[in-house]
Write a protein that binds this ligand. Structure first.
Ligand code: ADP
Length: 304
């Protein structure tokens, strides 16, 4: 934590759209385990109207130095949904995803305007604790990036660093089971993670992310480097994971968005080549009855 950061409870009240069901009492200084999880059946039964808002973006714009990468994105991202970001290259999908856990902060010249809250708390408040933000909002990248350590130590590393040292064997097993990898690796936990296949390595990275009990998983094209079988396993996993976590996924692959996402956001470049959110809707609706002609052109392959 930098000297300027404190672990305070932001004063903004939590945003919610529901009048029923448990609301996560999220303080960025509170242990993650205190966030209640929603039973899958109960979560599935909820209609979108009653879903809790996890991220609330209002007119979010991003600059890298002089270059504007994203213009005035307004959207809410809902709890226990998988939300997909699609659109042509360079339209700001990854930029927006990375804004959600302040991953762009180290980039020289990065500036964010507008309002971006997480469970009602201003993510970019200077008092927000960035370590806590990263712990609650995990990320998995396009290219699997296991550490050159054993499978066990890959999973245990972040938990140890965060002082979560008790019952580590159980934590490792739970994370590997949660990422549908346990049966494949349980007899070689002390072997190097570098010996796993690409698909296994990506599930290991997902296990690593969930080992510290996050609230949200951000997935940046998690299957684009994988073969079709490994991709199918990751997609199955996303369906399972969204019962416990809120998932946001960037994908190049429209079929993948249709298979995994409850809601889909289509980004594109405006006439000045700045990334913009064109349409955000239930996935079925976006692909079958797009409201904007630019969405229709993109999903029917007429551009991009
Ligand atoms: P997408 O994920 O849709 O392909 P990106 O978010 O990666 O788009 O990029 C959006 C725009 O921001 C692009 O013009 C890209 O060149 C620019 N950009 C992305 N990352 C950086 C960076 N670190 N520095 C400067 N410009 C960047």
């Amino acid at each position: 934590m930098s000297s300027g950061e404190t672990t305070v409870e932001p004063t903004v009240p939590a945003v919610e759209t529901t009048t029923t069901g448990p609301r996560p009492r999220v303080r960025l200084s509170e242990p993650t385990s205190s966030i209640p999880t929603v039973a899958p059946a109960a979560a599935a039964a909820r209609e979108v109207e009653t879903r809790q808002v996890v991220f609330h973006a209002r007119e979010v714009s991003v600059n890298y130095g002089e270059k504007r990468a994203l213009e005035q994105v307004t959207m809410d991202i809902y709890r226990n949904f998988a939300t997909a970001f699609i659109g042509p290259s360079g339209c700001g999908k990854s930029t927006f995803l990375r804004c959600l856990n302040r991953m762009n902060d180290p980039i020289v010249g990065f500036r964010l305007g507008g309002e971006l809250t997480y469970h009602g708390h201003d993510l970019y408040d200077q008092r927000a604790n960035r370590v806590e933000v990263r712990r609650r909002i995990g990320m998995v990248f396009q290219k699997p990036n296991p550490f050159p350590k054993s499978i066990y130590d890959n999973i245990a590393w972040a938990a140890r660093n965060l002082g979560m040292r008790e019952a580590m064997d159980e934590r490792v097993e739970r994370a590997l089971r949660g990422a549908a990898l346990w049966d494949e690796v349980k007899d070689r936990l002390k072997s190097s993670a570098m010996g796993l296949s690409g698909g296994q390595q990506q599930r290991l990275c997902i296990a690593r992310a969930i080992a510290i009990e996050p609230d949200v998983l951000l997935l940046d094209e998690p299957a684009s480097a994988l073969d079709p079988i490994a991709t199918a396993l990751i997609e199955d996993l996303i369906h399972e994971l969204k019962a416990r976590y809120t998932i946001v996924i960037v994908t190049h692959n429209m079929q993948q968005a249709m298979r995994v996402a409850d809601k889909t956001a289509f980004f594109s470049l405006d006439e000045t080549r700045i990334g913009t959110l064109i349409e955000y809707a239930d996935t079925d609706q976006l692909f079958s009855r797009p409201a904007d002609s630019r969405t229709r052109d993109y999903i029917t392959g007429q551009f991009g």
